[in-house]
Structure formats: C-alpha cells, structure tokens
Write a protein that binds this ligand. Structure first.
Ligand code: SF4
Length: 477
C-alpha cells in the first residue's frame, strides 16, 4: 500500500507521537487542539481529540495534520472540561484511521480513552496470548493490548487497573488515560519519552513537550518522573510510582533532533544542548572552511554552535521548501530521491566560491545529504565538509522512534570513508558517543542504543528482522 509522507524528511528518525491532555477547563478540547498543533512535529499521519462530559465522551479523529483533521468544524462537536489529544506517526500498526488515537474503548466502569507516545516492545507476544484466549482486537496498535489488559484487571479504580496492565508490558510509554472523571498520566520507568505537567487558568494539563504548554499560555510545572503515575480528579492531583524499576534511559535523539528547539525536556533546554553538540563537534572534527551552513531547520542550532566554537561565520546557504512532503508518495527509492531534490535547494549568492562546513544532526540513509552536497557544488561551493552533530546511527530503535532497518542505516555496514564517498563530501566527521554525552547534565541517564546497540529494555523476537543479525547477545544493559 502506498503511504503518504509526513512533512519531515524521510532520511530522519521520526517520533511516533505527541500527547496533550487537560483536566478542568471549559475549553479543554480547544486547548488540546492548540497543544497538538504545537506538537505537530511529533506525528503527522493522524490526529484526534476525545473529551469527557462525565457521563459521555465526544470525539473526533482523522488522517492528516491537526488543522486538516479539524478543518470541518468538528472541534465544536468535541465538548467537555476534560480532554486528551494525540498526534500519530505509526511505528506499531499501519497508517489508517482505525489505528488513529486517542484509542477509545468501553470497560466495566464506562468509557476510556488512551493517548500513547512510545512503543510497547512485548505487546505482540501478549496480544497473541490474549487472542488465543478469545480476545478480539479492533486495531493493530500496541495501545489496544494495554487497554485489553486494563479491562481484565479486577481493580476498581482506573489507576490500579493501569498498574496491573503495565506490570505485564515493557517498553516506552508516556501515556494519558482518561476515564469519565479522571485523567491519569503515566511514564515508563526508563523515562524514554518526555511528558510534562502544566497549568493554565487553574486547570491541570499534560504535554509531551513544553512548547505545547507555552502555546496555550500555560505554565510548565515539572516533568512526570520516570515510573511515575499522576492522577487528577476533582479532589486534586495525586502522585504514585509504578512497582517496576529500571535504569533511567531518556532518548538522546529527542535532544539531538526529535524535540522542538524551544522545548525543555529531561531537565535540559533542547536549544542549549544542540548548541553544545555543535560546539563539541567543532572541537572534535574541525574543518578548514570559509562558512558554516546548517541543514534547515533542525540542524541550525548545532551549526551555530559549530560556528561559535570555530570562529567560522554562519551563513544560511540552503533553502528548504516547507510545503513538500504530504503530496509525495513513497513507494520506492527513486521517488525519495526526487522528493529530497525538490525539498532542498542551495543558494548560489551565498555558496559561490566558498569552502563550506555543512552541519547536520544525523545521518541515516544519507540520501538527503548526498543530494544537498551535490546541489551545493552546483551552486559554486568549492569544498563541502560534512559534520554530523551526533554519533553514527547504526542500530534501529524499538522504543517509539521510526528509524530505518539496520540494513538501511548507512553507518551500520559502511565505514567513514565509504559514507564520505557516497555523499560526495570532501570530508566527513561525527561526534563520538562520549563527546555527545559530555554535553548533557546526567550522561548515565540516556539511551544511546541506536549508536552502540546497547538496548536498555529487552524486546521481542519479531523485532529482530529489523536487525538482520544474531542479536542474542547483551540485550539488557
Ligand atoms: S534507540 Fe535511539 S532513538 Fe531509540 S530511544 Fe534509544 S536513543 Fe532514542
């Protein structure tokens, strides 16, 4: 089946989802809409909002960007002071309306809605067991497995059911669960994905990133801790911790590329960390050049850091067409190359006669960089030195980020010189994992599995076809 591309380049990792929820505000669905709009970078395939009026839920979900999904006035039909919303990019289940979230179901105590960012790595196995026992599933999503386990629990309160279900499941989840009169936010014990608590007009809200809290003129209070569950009812806010423990393993790719530059996550300013990555890159991989150019938009801050550290002036030598993406279809490599060519263009007035340091924030397949380097040369650049403000990406992610398979990841089976030749650069340099971690406050609290293959949470056999290798070694850190 052909699939529409999201707006991000297909040569980048993609976050699976963004979540936003509000408890106790007359405009809760509208706040969700604004919050999801701010989180659009975390998922562009579908969006949805579900609201509770106590006795009943109203909802609207659709395929596409947030403004497309709600362009028909459907937001007016989603009513209630309690609401959750979700942006989706699929890594578990196909890109269909059926799999769009928030997931809505009925259990013994009434309606339930779930918005999930992450990936449950043993959901497939549990789903098979449940199917063998007669359970019917309506979607392909791992979130429905969680909902099914929750429905089986004998606990009276929603939070007890959530704990029972999560005891069975492993992986990444920053999740919002809404009952008739309760909103629960829960984050996995590793803390892979971000999740914030905020406040607006006296109402409590939750968001994947602070940029969404800022967007509704709210105040960011604190992050939901790894393994913490926060329950909001008319009695107020209560916190408890899941009975499972794990080494904290925040996704370092959130800081490198996935999160919005203006957000704060894992106690770090994303912009400050990207600046530090760029500075460190300039120390570790210097280049003899006239100008520094960042791959727009995500690598611009790292390029600024490189420029500040090296003393080489920053110039904006690449133009990016913001509107390419969703109108392109991705059935094969040739179309992907065409899309890159339309999306990126080099600016002759800036590049002509210049030796350029081109800074990017990751290299996955290398297709975007290969096309960009070629365009820069055509525009008159006399040398293009590519610098990546991250280590070589060699391993796929199973914790809620869509990455190419191990076979497709260029650095997993090619050396530095082979990659340099492929992208047609004069030189190529990366950050080392150690250097990258030296730029964050708590280096031991990060997952770096896509760089070193040290997966912090064991995963199931059906994932191994992405690796194409014997991966019986060392799955637990
Ligand atoms: S494997 Fe990579 S992308 Fe996935 S959680 Fe770990 S650092 Fe993030």
């Amino acid at each position: 089946m052909q699939r529409q591309l999201p707006t991000d380049s297909d040569d980048k990792p993609r976050d699976e989802c963004g979540v936003f929820g509000v408890y106790g505000h007359p405009d809760a669905p509208r706040l969700c809409y604004i919050g999801l709009y701010a989180l659009q970078h975390r998922g562009q395939e579908s969006a949805g909002i579900v609201a509770s009026q106590g006795s009943s839920f109203s909802q609207h979900r659709g395929m596409g960007l947030v403004d497309e999904v709600f362009s028909d006035g459907s937001l007016d039909r989603v009513v209630g002071p309690l609401a959750i919303g979700h942006n989706r990019y699929s890594t578990s289940g196909t890109s269909t309306l059926q799999n769009a979230q928030p997931f809505v179901a009925q259990y013994s105590r009434g309606p339930l809605a779930i918005a999930h960012n992450g990936n449950l790595v043993n959901a497939f196995h549990i789903r098979r067991q449940m199917e063998a026992q007669g359970q019917i599933f309506m979607t392909e999503s791992d979130t429905e497995v969680f909902a099914g386990l929750l429905g089986r629990s004998l606990h009276y309160h929603l939070e007890g059911r959530i704990i029972d279900a999560l005891k069975e499941l492993r992986g990444a989840y920053s999740m919002l669960c809404m009952g008739k009169n309760v909103l629960v936010a829960v984050r996995d014990p590793s803390g892979f994905r971000p999740l914030w608590i905020g406040e607006v007009d006296g109402a409590t809200m939750f968001a994947s990133e602070t940029c969404a809290i800022d967007a509704v003129n709210g105040t960011a209070i604190r992050e939901v801790e790894p393994g913490e569950m926060v329950i909001v009812t008319e009695s107020g806010m209560e916190s408890m911790f899941l009975p499972m423990e794990a080494q904290t393993s925040h996704c370092v790719f959130e800081l490198l590329y996935l999160a919005r530059t203006d957000s704060v996550i894992f106690g770090e300013s994303v912009a400050a960390r990207r600046l530090a990555f760029g500075r460190r890159l300039a120390q570790e991989a210097p280049a003899d050049a006239d100008i520094v150019v960042g791959m727009p938009e995500s690598a611009n801050v790292a390029a600024l850091g490189y420029s500040q550290e090296s003393g080489i002036p920053l110039q904006f030598g690449i133009a990016r067409n913001q509107y390419v993406g969703r109108t392109f279809i991705q059935p094969k490599q040739s179309d992907r190359d065409f899309k890159v060519g339309v999306k990126i263009n080099a600016i002759r007035a800036i590049l002509d006669g210049q030796r350029v340091v081109l800074v990017d924030d990751s290299l996955q397949r290398g297709t975007t960089l290969r096309s960009s380097v070629k365009k820069m040369r055509v525009a008159g650049a006399t040398a293009v030195h590519v610098r990546i403000a991250a280590p070589p990406t060699q391993w796929p992610c199973f914790y809620g980020v869509d990455t190419p398979t191990r076979q497709e990841l260029m650095a997993s089976n090619h050396g530095l010189e082979e990659i340099r030749k492929y992208i047609r650069a004069d030189s190529l340099g990366y950050l080392t994992t150690e250097s990258m971690l030296s730029c964050v406050s708590k280096p031991d609290d990060y997952c770096t599995a896509c760089f070193d293959g040290q997966y912090p949470v064991a995963f199931e056999e059906q994932n191994l076809n992405q690796l194409s290798i014997d991966f019986s070694r060392d799955r637990d850190r």
